[in-house]
Write a protein that binds this ligand. Structure first.
Ligand code: DQA
Length: 141
């Protein structure tokens, strides 16, 4: 299986950014652990702070890969362009969030992309990414 994990804006700062909410590990230190755990799955990683770059990347892999795990960061709550993109792809997209957005500010309760995604996993810290990969693997079996 081939899976792409995509992190959106400000998620390059994981480990430094609001550690009380997002934890103290960087994504770069977590990723090798994830790859070891799913040694039979090719896991690639892409991060961008730019909405159009997230769309370009999803269009690039979304017709050939087996799934995308997407943490769109704050674009989750605003981006119809991401929703349209997800709807256009062949592969399933799982929306993930590190924090439980429903326990946070009201503006984070609305997702513009959930309706286009296969499923949503949130609130489990970095483990949300592992759970999303489990879900994609389960769906493929
Ligand atoms: C987030 C939640 C979003 O509301 C926020 O804008 C982020 C991170 C999360 O993973 O918990 O950047 O997607």
């Amino acid at each position: 299986m081939k899976i792409l994990i995509i992190n959106g804006p400000n998620l390059n700062l994981l480990g430094q950014r609001e550690p009380g909410i997002y934890g103290s590990s960087s994504f770069d230190s977590y990723l090798p652990e994830l790859c070891r755990r799913f040694a039979d799955t090719a896991i690639e990683y892409f991060q961008s702070n730019v909405e159009g770059e997230l769309i370009n990347k999803m269009q690039e892999v979304g017709f050939t890969y087996d799934g995308i795990v997407l943490n769109a960061g704050a674009y989750t709550h605003t981006s119809i362009a991401l929703q349209d993109c997800i709807r256009s792809l062949k592969c399933p997209v799982i929306e993930v969030h590190i924090s439980n957005v429903h326990q946070r500010e009201e503006f984070r309760h609305k997702s513009m992309i959930s309706c286009a995604c296969k499923g949503v996993i949130l609130g489990f810290g970095l483990d949300s990414y592992r759970l999303a990969i489990e879900a994609l693997r389960g769906a493929k079996e």
